[in-house]
Design a binder for this molecule. Sequence first.
Ligand code: LP5
Ligand code: MN
Length: 261
Amino acid sequence: MPGSLITLTFNGPVWVASDMHLGPNGPATLEAFLAFLQGAAEGACALLLPGDVFDAWVGDDELDAPAPWLQEVVAGLRAAGARIPVYLAGGNRDFLMGGRLAEATGTHRLPAPALIATDAGKFLLSHGDELCTDDVEYQQFRAMVRDPQWQAQFLAQPLAARQAMARQLRERSMAEKSRKAADIMDVNQQAVEAALRAHGVTRMIHGHTHRPGRDVFEMDGRRCERWVLPDWDLDDPADPRGGWLEIDRDGPAYHDIAPER
Ligand code: LP5
Ligand code: MN
């Protein structure tokens, strides 16, 4: 039924970013993210982070003895969250973020998908992995790990064992991605249109595919837009990258993060 989602309403500029994939091995990306949080706290009325802020999140007990990089992320989110509302949603790598992380960071849970009402009108916002329906193996894996019973069993294992499994799975994922055809790892157009119709909107924003850009198409005689967020990797010497979308009354606009020289 159109409009059945809760709508989050924002007045003023909204910043949206995803797929920073923060972890122990990305000092430049971490630094850029911390600077970005400060910029958001000063320039935005709200910050929305729809998934994969973390390279992997295996449970909120990651906070029991956080490594320095994680302490910095928590403090940065907390400082931003004290000034503007910061919303976090889980992506395919950090869907196990829970209430304890939200409390430690002073952030809110972003529904997935979320309907946001901005100065430029309404957008559907999600991580985007759910739209990649041609990647059948991934969708099977996704259904398994989103099952509450699977999650309870996984979370019952020791932290170190979960971290080791996540590392293995990241390696497997990279190998699978180099094997899979590029087009099956993009969104499926029917899935995109079904999502827009289901929520009665013509515009969406998502991340996950690492293919930033705006896709304009017609559906049911109406002009539709799909805005894709960039992934961040300021530590990749061959292609340092990162950025966000700012939505003001003129609509979304891309901002690139220039790598430090
Ligand atoms: O993330 P990215 O961009 O590399 O690729 C995604 C899909 N891969 C994933 C896996 C994540 O990268 C790993 C997340 C680790 C943290 C999660 C912690 C909790 C779970 C721990 C589970 C043991 O999401 C990739 C897509 C790609 O996006 C593009 O859309 O193709 O999908 C895959 O690679 C999945 C494979 O196709 C199928 C894998 C089946 C694995 C089943 C065994 C699970 C048990 C492994 C235990 C070590
Ligand atoms: Mn992702």
